[in-house]
Design a protein around this ligand. Sequence first.
Ligand SMILES: Nc1ncnc2c1ncn2[C@@H]1O[C@H](COP(=O)(O)OP(=O)(O)OP(=O)(O)O)[C@@H](O)[C@H]1O
Length: 578
Amino acid sequence: MKSIKKLLPYATPYKLFVILAPLLMALEVTMDLLQPLLLQKIIDYGIAENDTTYVIQMGTFMIIAAIIGLIGGIGCTIFSTKSAINIATDIRRDLFYKIEHLSSENRDRIGTGKLITNVTSDINSVQQAVMMTLRVFVRGPLLFIGSVMIVFFQARELFPILVIIIPILLFVIILLSRKAGIWFKRVQEALDQLNSKLQESIAGIRVVKAFVRKEYEINLFHKVNVALTNKTKVAEQIITILMPVLLFVINIGMAVTLLFGVFPIGGSTIQVGVILAFINYLNIILMALTSSSMVLMQLMRALPSADRIQEVLEISTDRVESTIDEMPIKGDVEFRNVSFSYNKNGEYVLNSISFSASHGEKIGIIGATGSGKTTLVKLFPRLYDVDHGEILIDGQNSKNISLKHIRGSIGFVTQKPFLFSGSIKSNLTYGKKDASETEMQLASKNACAEEFIQKLDARYEHPLTQEATNLSGGQKQRLSLARAFVRKPSILILDDATSAVDARSEAIILDALKSSYPKTTIFMVSSKISSILDVDKILVMEEGSLVGVGTHDELLETCTVYQEIYQTQVQTGGVMVE
Ligand SMILES: Nc1ncnc2c1ncn2[C@@H]1O[C@H](COP(=O)(O)OP(=O)(O)OP(=O)(O)O)[C@@H](O)[C@H]1O
């Protein structure tokens, strides 16, 4: 309930609709409640006393009441739909904004599947709850209270029947809605798992095919699908069981009422009109309770969804924003005793790393798989924050520089290139919207991408599919390099960014890095010594520690880990020995 309360401010911009919808519904309910009363009068006075004028008069009132009720009903539907859809759109907007601002730790923790369920199914569930609440929740209790009051004043002899029936009905509703709430939470969790599996299978479809694991994947998907189906079945069954149970109790009530008609109580007979009106009101009470309980069920379904939405909305970005004047970043970088752990349980992936690089320097980073190279460079743009120590950029602790400023000054080419659907041009200008044609062409030339782009019919307008599946791995890597070059960043990070590029092109790119970006501090993570032979300084990583810093020649003299890597690569032909 707390989460629902916290989402209430989203209704503020639509308060007029939110107020009008129940008011119009109240109008409809009042008209609905009048109908049996008017009918009773027609039977007991008009027909009984053969008063045609009275019957026509009451009949006309019934028609007018029906028309007013219709107007109220339509108006309520329009306004409740408008409010629910607008509220859902605003929550979805804020949720996506939050997702875009999630820290890497939180994104890893929550997982893609849950985030997708959040933006789709959870919001849909809240939207339905808002719509039903505005439409039915007012209608249900109003019809219920109205009917009970009318029975109390107009058919008091039969009121004790209500006193027995109503608590039974309420007990059934509360019990089943509680159960439904528990099961709907399980349904949403099963949906998270289904979304995660779906997303993973689609993203890894080529691997699945290459390893002939379609059957295996289909089986895994089947399992999560069956789990979702089973949980949904239970939740839906709880809902569907409600109606027959309520109907059963009401039918017993009706049977008892008819008995009262046959066997007069205390010698006085109850008028037929009163019995008929009472049965009508019993039906209205049934309708009121079923519709209210449907809303209650929808609320129970929306409750876990609202909790899950709130969980993401409440995550703070907990980063200190700029406390100093944002001078353009030159690119001096210093790590002082930096330690970092992903799971924060003391298992450090980086241990007390210290080094410095002056602006314009080219730094190579090498080390075995899993030694912490990628983790180290991810700390530059603060994709993760350090646990101990500090990172200084131009002499300032990077935590005191705004994320926007830091990230705006860093170009990052990730290990696995990621391009967006759109054109080559839209991808190249992703980090610099106002980049000129010349800037784009120069960046592409330096990344050895110009040659293949010129061969495409639409050149820079060539359309890319989702994840650029219509390009080769090497082409994607070149475009992703060019995209970083276009920004002319002060600090450029290349995380194994030329691994899919042929040796000749790699040599051209490395030359271009030196000649075209003399003022840029470049960090090049590479598994090949040949890619970092000419850099100013090489950092050698082993199991999260920095075990060597120096030029290629210095490290060959002083660092055993580097010597081993070198020997292995010479033997396998990976390093050209002069
Ligand atoms: N998001 C993450 N959550 C938890 N652990 C992680 C995460 N990313 C990496 N690790 C762990 O951190 C360690 C260092 O990984 P990292 O990717 O930095 O290594 P690397 O030297 O770049 O390896 P490679 O050369 O294979 O890319 C590994 O043990 C890895 O399992």
